[in-house]
Design a protein around this ligand. Structure first.
Ligand SMILES: C[S@@+](CC[C@H](N)C(=O)[O-])C[C@H]1O[C@@H](n2cnc3c(N)ncnc32)[C@H](O)[C@@H]1O
Length: 262
């Protein structure tokens, strides 16, 4: 029996909330945390990178504790000039045997951010981390592009799917651009199609997904649309209230119950 109340959102620090989650109880965590000094007020609250890292390492240890043995953590991060933070996080995970690094995915954004003195920055990274080396959910994702090879697959058998498989470079989903209807009050809103790909690939209907950093609510919308149980936390009261309205606008059946932890 699942004693953890699900399908609730909380206006609270995720670290504070996670204290109430029993060990081994979450199937999937999708974490899109502050990246440290990149974008949005929430990225600039730490005095030093070390301070940020210490906070982040404690989050990772909690993520590990609350995930089921078959659970997965999908962790967003940035790379680029002066952005070695995600590398430090990856090294911490490896050195502390926290998760198995299954893959390092690059999301290729269609619009870059650049200066005259450097290449445009048009990527974000997504770490695919599991608690167990082999036992985890992976529902093979396909792109919308038809495969041109009609012959047999590498194993000599007919191909099961006529569409191309998704690789670890995602260049088929555009970010929520300024002109997109998904664009909203939040400076780092993730595209719903991106969230759908993560939710559908790494969990099954009825699973429990924890979203520690709700932001605009994109990942929550995806959980609702795909029949996953969700739990979400957001520190900012302003974002939290606006996210509730945004979730409701995409999912009319959504009802915000309470943010009191039982
Ligand atoms: C990168 S954004 C998430 C964006 C989200 N993926 C979306 O599509 O809108 C990170 C969010 O985490 C929130 N946040 C920062 N620290 C937090 C904490 N300790 N607990 C919960 N939320 C936090 C910020 O206010 C911000 O809205």
């Amino acid at each position: 029996m699942n004693e953890l109340p699900v399908n609730n959102l909380y206006n609270i620090d995720c670290m504070e909330y996670m204290k109430s989650i029993p060990d081994n109880s979450i199937d999937l965590i999708i974490a899109d945390p502050p990246y440290y000094n990149v974008k949005g007020d929430f990225d600039f609250i730490w005095k030093t990178e070390q301070e940020y890292l210490e906070w982040f390492y404690s989050c990772l240890r909690e993520f590990h504790r609350i995930l089921k043995p078959t659970g997965t953590l999908m962790l967003w991060g940035g790379l680029g000039k002066n952005k070695t933070t995600l590398c430090r996080i990856a090294i911490y995970i490896e050195e502390n045997n926290l998760f198995t690094m299954q893959n390092w995915i690059t999301q290729r954004n269609t619009r870059g951010i650049g200066t005259k003195y450097n290449y445009m920055s048009a990527r974000e990274e997504l770490l695919f981390l599991t608690k167990d080396k082999k036992n985890y959910t992976f529902n093979i994702p396909y792109t919308e592009e038809k495969s041109t090879r009609k012959d047999l697959g590498a194993n000599g058998k007919p191909r099961k799917n006529e569409f191309k498989r998704v690789s670890n470079v995602w260049n088929d989903i555009a970010e929520a651009s300024q002109s997109s209807i998904e664009r909203c009050f939040h400076p780092t809103v993730k595209a719903l199609k991106l969230c759908d790909r993560i939710v559908e690939t790494h969990s099954n209907a009825g699973d429990t997904v924890f979203i520690p950093f709700i932001g605009s609510g994109s990942e929550i919308i995806s959980c609702i649309r795909n029949n996953r149980n969700y739990i979400g936390t957001e520190l900012s009261e302003d974002y939290f209230r606006q996210a509730i309205d945004r979730i409701k606008s995409f999912c009319p059946s959504f009802e915000y119950k309470t943010d009191k932890i039982k």
